[in-house]
Design a protein around this ligand. Structure first.
Ligand SMILES: Cc1ncc(COP(=O)(O)O)c(C=O)c1O
Ligand SMILES: N[C@@H](CCCC[NH3+])C(=O)O
Length: 446
């Protein structure tokens, strides 16, 4: 059965059992743009942006949705997010440069990161970035100096670490006490950071503390970590600094909202995350007598992830009798490091032979295979022991839920060019990033 809910909103199967995305045949896209290729469905992207805005704004007027660029950004996408009224979360000078290239309104850009360099901070301050989310004492001093040299007063948030385990992969957990991100509430370092920031907001300093931020990790399939544990805990902590002059104008519980990667996964709906966060925010602020701050949320994966489908072409097929059947494709860990890095699981369908009750073609006989990449690493496996209609060299396979943290974490390992990105909508496709060439990969070599 076709796992519709892990594919983009517009995905369908035509009468010949072929996958169609955004009105475009996956086989035709593979032919036109070559493989591997990442296809992004514009309708899904925009639907997710609109759902986030609607679900949070209707419950909490003035709430702002900041797209977490690290999930994937380029100028064309930044323009779409701007059209949809989102802000941006950036974590490097490079991501900020994309926002600038796309003429994104910089007052809606928030700069994160545990070790922003002085060059990056100076660049952000000079360009007039909206907020810098300060993550260390070193950064507090450095930024105060840089803003002073630029003759500016920079708005900041402080990132706190609430000491909450959101039950996700150890490599993607950020809000626990043993984390390189943020100032820990438990150790007293968050309190000290707030006091220093307040002092720099007053005594001739060059910073203005606007509020607090935290981010627990990603993907978070539970609602509870956002609720009592985090939103409630951080708000109570913030209320303790009212007397010392903390005016909590902005409050961000970060991102981390989950998506379905495999057919058995059912993450909470966007409305459920919104209800949990906003209800807790309102109840806790009411109880503490705090004015409700502007709520900021930072979804990345859950906006771009479900919009993306990776297409690969099958090459070598190696059957090791009694052991495993390896089906190798023309991409792999260079364009999707997530299985190797996080043991992430994906669905795989054969784009020209989709087993679906709506295909009208009955079913294709399946066999158990392992999808391997073309990289010189044994760990370069995209999906292990999955069922696939009998594969043949030349077949196109599609991996859904691939829009987030695949192209953005892609590398040139083994000097394979990174794949192109294609936006599809209403039966038309548009290249928004071309495939790298061999010359591109030698561009910086001197
Ligand atoms: C500070 C911050 N905000 C937002 C995000 C976005 O997370 P996700 O893409 O899971 O929504 C991240 C990444 O985990 C992050 O570190
Ligand atoms: N890159 C990770 C998530 C980390 C998000 C950044 N803090 C992933 O692929 O799931």
């Amino acid at each position: 059965m076709f796992p519709q809910h892990v594919f983009p909103d517009t995905a369908e199967i035509d009468g010949q059992g072929r996958l169609v995305i955004g009105g475009c045949s996956a086989l035709d896209l593979a032919e036109e743009y070559g493989t591997p290729v990442y296809v992004l469905d514009e309708a899904t992207l925009r639907n997710r942006c609109r759902s986030y805005r609607a679900e949070f704004e209707q419950r909490c007027p003035g709430a702002q949705v900041l797209y977490a660029s690290k999930a994937y950004i380029n100028p064309a996408l930044a323009q779409i997010f701007n059209e949809e009224g989102l802000g941006l979360d950036v974590v490097s000078g490079g991501e900020l440069a994309v926002a600038i290239a796309a003429q994104f309104p910089l007052e809606k850009v928030y700069f994160h990161g545990n070790n922003k360099t002085s060059d990056e901070l100076a660049y952000a301050v000079d360009q007039g970035i909206g907020r810098i989310v300060v993550d260390s004492f070193h950064e507090l001093d450095l930024l105060n100096r840089i803003a002073g040299e630029a003759g500016k007063v920079q708005d900041i948030l402080i990132r706190v670490s609430p000491g909450i385990d959101p039950h996700t992969h150890a490599y993607t957990t950020t809000g626990i006490i043993d984390s390189k991100f943020g100032f820990s509430i438990q150790t007293g370092q968050a309190a000290e950071a707030i006091r220093q920031a307040l002092a720099l907001s007053r005594n001739g300093g060059n910073l203005t503390l606007k509020g607090l931020h935290f981010h627990l990790g990603s993907p978070i399939f539970e609602l509870e970590p956002y609720q009592a544990a985090a939103t409630d805990l951080v708000l109570r902590f913030a209320a303790g600094f009212r007397e010392e002059g903390l005016d909590l104008q902005e409050f961000s519980p970060g991102g981390g909202f989950a998506i379905a990667y495999t057919r058995d996964q059912e993450p909470p709906a966007i409305g459920e995350y919104a209800e949990t966060i906003v209800a807790t925010l309102k109840a806790t602020c009411g109880e503490l007598g705090l004015a409700i701050p502007t709520l900021l949320i930072e979804p990345g994966r859950s906006i771009v992830g479900p919009a993306g489908v990776a297409l690969y072409r099958i090459g070598a097929i190696k059957d090791i009798p009694g052991v495993r059947k390896y089906v190798s494709v023309d991409g792999g860990m260079g364009d999707n490091i997530r299985p190797a890095l996080y043991q992430a699981s994906y669905e795989v369908v054969s784009a020209g032979k989709v087993n679906s009750s709506t295909s009208g073609n009955g079913t294709y006989a399946e066999e158990k295979v392992t999808i391997a990449g073309k990289y010189c690493e044994s760990g370069d496996v995209l999906a292990s022991d999955i069922m696939l209609p009998t594969p043949e060299p030349g077949d196109i396979i599609a991996i859904p839920a691939a829009g987030a943290y695949c192209p953005s974490m892609a590398s040139n390992y083994n000097l394979n060019p990174r794949p192109p990105m294609v936006l599809v909508k209403d039966g038309k496709s548009r290249l928004i990033r071309r495939r790298e060439s061999y010359a591109d990969m030698m561009l910086c070599d001197v």
